[in-house]
Design a protein. Structure first.
Length: 125
């Protein structure tokens, strides 16, 4: 039976630099959610669509798929003035959340983003 279990890589929209919609879109475009699913939980689910409504939910509406495009992503970030901005990715230690967050950081680095990776003990997160 499907569930809505998910990892959420939130960006604090009220806090610079993540108050830039263009930067947030660039970060999303740099990440391949199918790869993240494979790395995090061995493809046991469906790839994320970067919103919070699961396909089995009554209010779900299918949106056009956006293919990852790391080259375009870093160009978008640069155009928004964030080509050198440090992207701080924070997660708890251990388990699939750390693995997924590490993979997000790796994809962003491969796209050309400046990434800081912070791992915190789960009891302090």
């Amino acid at each position: 039976k499907p569930t809505a279990n998910t990892i959420v890589a939130r960006m604090r929209m009220d806090t610079p630099p993540y108050d830039s919609k263009d930067l947030r879109n660039a970060i999303q475009l740099a990440c391949d959610n199918e790869v993240l699913l494979a790395i995090s939980i061995n493809n046991e689910g469906i790839p994320a669509e970067n919103h919070h409504v699961a396909p089995f939910h009554p209010e779900y509406a299918e949106l056009p798929k956006i293919a990852p495009n790391p080259e375009k992503a870093i160009e978008m970030a640069k155009a928004a003035g964030h080509g050198e901005t440090e992207i701080d990715i924070i997660s708890i230690d251990g388990d699939w959340r750390t693995t997924t967050t590490d993979a997000i950081g790796a994809q962003l680095r491969q796209a050309g983003f400046n990434v800081k990776r912070t791992v915190m003990p789960g009891n302090t997160f």
